[in-house]
Design a protein around this ligand. Sequence first.
Ligand SMILES: [Ca+2]
Length: 407
Amino acid sequence: MRRTLAPALVLALMPFVAASPADAGPSTPSVVTPTSGPVTFSFTLPEALNAVVLEIRRTGTTTVVASADLGDLLPGAASATWDARTATGMPVPDGTYVATLRAAGSETPLADTSNVRVNLVAPRATVAPAVSATSVFPWTDGYRDAVTITGPAPVTETGANASIQVLNAAGTVVWSAAGSSARWTGRTSNGSIAPAGTYRVRSRFVDSDGLVGYSPTRALTVSAKRLVTRKMVEKVSPRRYATGVYTGKCGKTFAPARKGKAWKKSVGIASRHKCKGGKYSGLVEAQFGAWWPEAYDVRSLKLEVTGAGHTKSKRNWAIGYSRKKNGTLGKDRRLSHRSGTRTMLSLSAAGARAYLTNRHELYWGVAALEGSRYDIKAFRITITYRTLVDPNARGAHAVPSSVQPVG
Ligand SMILES: [Ca+2]
């Protein structure tokens, strides 16, 4: 039954089909962008047609987003333009569109044009790139020499080419790098260190049609400061830096030490031989303390004493020791009876960091045991440390403040 019915149905529909379909040429340009201008649909009519309409739909949908009455057309080439806007003048959403040529009163299309892609919206991101630090210190000294910038993904399309840009306060791009993330060493594109100040970073996106969009920007500071190593050498008076003295039953202190004029500001301690008494009765001990201004990073610390023991005594047990407020820092050191300078404490970078970070003070002492004597002329504290210095700032090369007595 179907075999016989099918031809009859085709014949019945024939009167509604246009006499001849039209030929559609290429749509140019094939992509409508903000700078491309409108698209031109071209077609060729085999015969004169009345009241021709051009209807534009998004590919795969039935809703007409725009249409144009082309009127009566003669045979031959004809064309119509579309500015990628709706009937009310609004830009259509990005996507692929097709125009259909139709004679008035006919439900059957004369021709579909080739697809035209509309790309009016540039790629962009709604969030600024993330930065690993809010400041970069470009001077190559190991201190925050670079910052990592991680850009967001574009929200409007995927596959857009991303790059990272750094802009100065005037909005000029001073550095850029391909890719969605980058490591910036605080230098401009020509390799020179960017002047200190506030910069902004952003992601830049370029889609396949060359449309350019950006992410919001994030502030990033470039600092001119450099990490420099400084050395502080301070002569410390034993009388001025004394914090206390312990004198056992057989001990004695002398201020100044019993060594003449050159030892005017010195302190002497002595303990008698063959002391009869309890524990510590043969001990005398002078205690000292100093603090120094907070420095960025102590690299080494040295404490020295200049003095002399009792040259006639073979029982010279004068010792120097050093400690923090709550714990021993170095070992007790036997002080020679010979006149001279001895090291009481010497800390390397690791040792100084371990013990002195956030504690910019030192306590120490000199003790004489039974039968010994020691005259302290002076102490010397040498600290090397690293600190951030702005070479352009006033007083950048000034000598740091000196150490001070504790209390
Ligand atoms: Ca640095």
